[in-house]
Write a protein that binds this ligand. Structure first.
Ligand SMILES: NC(=O)C1=CN([C@@H]2O[C@H](COP(=O)(O)OP(=O)(O)OC[C@H]3O[C@@H](n4cnc5c(N)ncnc54)[C@H](OP(=O)(O)O)[C@@H]3O)[C@@H](O)[C@H]2O)[C@@H](O)CC1
Ligand SMILES: Nc1ncnc2c1ncn2[C@@H]1O[C@H](COP(=O)(O)OP(=O)(O)O)[C@@H](O)[C@H]1O
Ligand SMILES: [K+]
Length: 540
């Protein structure tokens, strides 16, 4: 698991260490320099003679960068520091000068930004030390001018990396092109300057990194979209920080999902494994029912009970003969894939699914006295979202994409559109959780989950997963995972968010497995789930 703490929590963790005289900046800058030297060695034969450009801001982030630059200069790297503020970290500057580094004072001559950017872009490696956790809002002044010029020269996309990463690395969510000749390797110091440290927003110009060397612990902005696209490979270096309190954002790794996977034992039978009830598909969208049912079956449910019109049920059974249409006990409901979003009960395209969906959600909420089958978790997707009541329990997991989330929020009085959600996914997922009470899984290239305790950000899927029906597959996977742990999820509401994050990991990993490095169809993703799960379980 990768855990990220807010800027305030990091400062609070630093305080006692600094008071005790711990050399945090020395540790941070030495680790940074060591990583930069390793990257240089990997990219060219000799470190000696390589050119490094340091982008230096007013604060300690610039201090880290200057100290690291001094280490590089002593190893024979030709180091130039571009100072974007009139006052920068004094000790760091003295160290760099003492090691033979060159200094360019951009703050004194801001109109030189284009010429300085051209020089910086000719370096082998650029260290972005303009802003760290002290960042407030978009980059301003000479730092903003320089980054704007640089992004025009070197581009906004970061380089492609090995997705597997190393033990202390977070695989990138970016993708993109390999940093080739003519484009410097960009290393962000603590974080790419100008990202929203705690919310992952991109309020202004940001130089996309190939690697981020972050100190002590990850910061939320490194995991969250859209900033997660510009962080490159994240390397967390230990400087002795131990934040107290829960992390703000977490990311599950495969091994985390493996340890909590419910593996059936000799005393299990289909009713103990969890039954999924599925209200999905209409005559207009029968495929969604097939996809969700296939995914639920392939994730290892005890049984799928399908609820829908007879022609759609026949289509589902033709694809998945394991599915049952008889009514009975259900441990988790999936409501809404392939169901139209209209609120009109008389819509002929509705096929009766709105009424079935409302009924299922009432059972899942535990609203029906005398009904023995609730409360149980529910996945509420697509056309199920408008069926929600004013408030929902946290064991309901809503699975909108950005457009659907904006619609849900508008229906509750927020003036928000798809673009707003895409610019600040965590903020709006949280808002939807506050307004509805439900756990909210917001789908996207990085999937964000907001629940009763903290948030999750999963970046497991290749871009190829952005294909019709992929969301229906996720709904089926999540339904099975919730059904298997139904009692726990209802009793411990925070668990719903963790299971949702785990489902996003399984979904993304299955997409990668279905056709590594190439296009996938939604049904192929469902078919790849059993193999994905056995590979995960091999990690136990
Ligand atoms: N504490 C420690 O010992 C350790 C700290 N460490 C390192 O320190 C970093 C945090 O350092 P920090 O607190 O000095 O803040 P930092 O991010 O460098 O910048 C603040 C400066 O930037 C300015 N500024 C703010 N927003 C701006 C904007 N949008 N555009 C332009 N300027 C802006 C702001 O000016 P102000 O807004 O206050 O006028 C202020 O001058 C941390 O990320 C890590 O790298 C490690 O070495 C471990 C040990
Ligand atoms: N750029 C991307 N990279 C990786 N996964 C993506 C990307 N865009 C979307 N996805 C994933 O693809 C799925 C699309 O779901 P959705 O939009 O509901 O499609 P549909 O309604 O057609 O099933 C989601 O799980 C989402 O997280
Ligand atoms: K930085």
């Amino acid at each position: 698991m990768i855990s990220a703490w807010s800027a305030d929590d990091v400062r609070a963790a630093e305080e006692p260490l600094l008071a005790a005289g711990a050399p945090l900046m020395a540790r941070a800058s030495f680790a940074l320099a060591t990583q930069v030297l390793a990257d240089l060695r990997a990219r060219r034969r000799h470190v000696r003679g390589a050119r490094a450009a340091l982008l230096v801001g007013a604060g300690n982030n610039g201090g880290d960068t200057l100290h690291a630059g001094a280490v590089l200069a002593r190893r024979g790297v030709a180091v130039t520091a571009v100072l974007t503020a009139e006052r920068v970290h004094g000790e760091g500057l003295a160290a760099l000068r003492g090691a033979g580094g060159r200094v360019v004072e951009l703050a004194a001559a801001p109109d030189r930004a284009p010429a300085v950017a051209a020089e910086v872009s000719a370096a082998d490696v650029v260290l972005d030390g303009l802003l760290g956790i002290g960042a407030r809002g978009a980059l301003r002044g000479p730092a903003a001018d320089l980054v704007t010029e640089l992004t025009a020269v070197v581009g906004m996309e970061s380089a492609e990396h090995d997705r597997s990463g190393s033990a202390d690395s977070i695989p990138t969510a970016a993708g993109g092109v390999t940093a080739g000749a003519g484009r410097p390797w960009v290393v962000a110091v603590d974080l790419p300057s100008g990202i929203g440290v705690d919310d992952g927003t991109l309020p202004g110009p940001v130089l996309a990194a190939d690697r981020t060397v972050t100190f002590g612990v990850a910061k939320p902005g490194l995991l969250l979209p859209p900033a997660a696209r510009v962080v490159g490979e994240v390397t967390v270096v230990d400087i002795g920080l131990e934040p107290v309190g829960p992390p703000a954002v977490r990311r599950l790794e495969a091994a985390d999902v493996a340890v909590s996977w419910p593996v059936p034992g000799p005393s299990d039978h289909k009713y103990t494994r969890g039954l999924v009830g599925l209200v999905a598909g209409t005559a207009t969208y029968p495929g969604a029912a097939v996809l969700a049912a296939s995914a639920a079956v392939r994730t290892g449910t005890g049984m799928v009970r399908y609820r829908g019109s007879e022609p759609v049920a026949r289509t589902v059974l033709a694809a998945r003969p394991e599915v049952v249409t008889a009514t009975g006990r259900v441990q988790a409901w999936v409501v809404g894939p392939g169901v139209p979003t209209t609120r009109d009960r008389d819509d002929p395209a509705d096929d009766g699914q709105h009424d079935r969906g409302r009924g299922a959600l009432a059972v899942a909420r535990g609203d029906l006295p005398g009904m023995p089958y609730g409360p149980v978790p529910a996945v509420v997707d697509a056309g199920g979202l408008p069926l929600l009541g004013e408030t929902s329990p946290p064991w309901f997991v809503l699975t909108p994409h950005a457009g659907e989330l904006a619609g849900l929020l508008r229906s509750r009085g927020e003036d928000v559109h798809r673009d707003d959600v895409e610019a600040a996914p965590l903020r709006w997922a949280r808002r939807a959780h506050e307004l509805t009470g439900a756990t909210v899984l917001l789908k996207g290239g990085v999937t964000v989950v907001a629940g009763t305790e903290g948030a999750w950000a999963q970046a497991d899927a290749p871009g190829w997963l952005a294909t019709a029906g992929a969301g229906d597959v996720l709904a089926g996977i999540l339904g099975t995972m919730l059904a298997a742990r139904a009692t726990d999820v209802v009793e411990r509401p925070a668990l719903a968010a963790e299971v949702a994050a785990a489902a996003a990991l399984v979904h993304g990993s299955a997409a990668e497995r279905a056709n590594p490095g190439g296009p996938v169809a939604a049904l192929d993703v469902a078919e790849a789930v059993p193999g994905t799960v056995s590979t995960l379980l091999g990690l136990r």
